[in-house]
Design a protein around this ligand. Sequence first.
Ligand SMILES: [Zn+2]
Length: 160
Amino acid sequence: MTMPSDASASRPCGICLLIERAAARFDDFIAELPRSWLILGDAQFYRGYTVLLAKRHIHEIHLMPRGEAHELLDELLAAGKALSAVVQPLKLNYECLGNQEPHVHWHIFPRSANDPMRLAPVWLRPESERKLALPADDRRALITSLRAELARVIPAGRFN
Ligand SMILES: [Zn+2]
């Protein structure tokens, strides 16, 4: 039996393309940390939804040099702390999937007690409901607060 070929192997990595845009002052930029980029995600139904992208293109975290992986995880913890302080969620959902883009990244979803689907994975909510944009002033305030919290933990980051 012939296995289907992996079409993703022949196209550029979508995360690497996203990082290039972030480096060029991408609109959703929150911070550049030593091992990662943090950007605001497009599903602000979950207010504060962010994505942490490893700087290194690698498809599994266990393939990273150990020290580098630990530094990356420290940045994930810092992002989670900042989100907890700013958004005060019922629970944070950290998702490291990489099935569509073979590049280590985490989706960090703040979950709310008011969400009737709070026990379900976020992906079960229809995309048309998930992909909400915040009002511009709320979005600016959110990013400013996240940067302030992150800067306390990772002063070596770039926040503007
Ligand atoms: Zn990549």
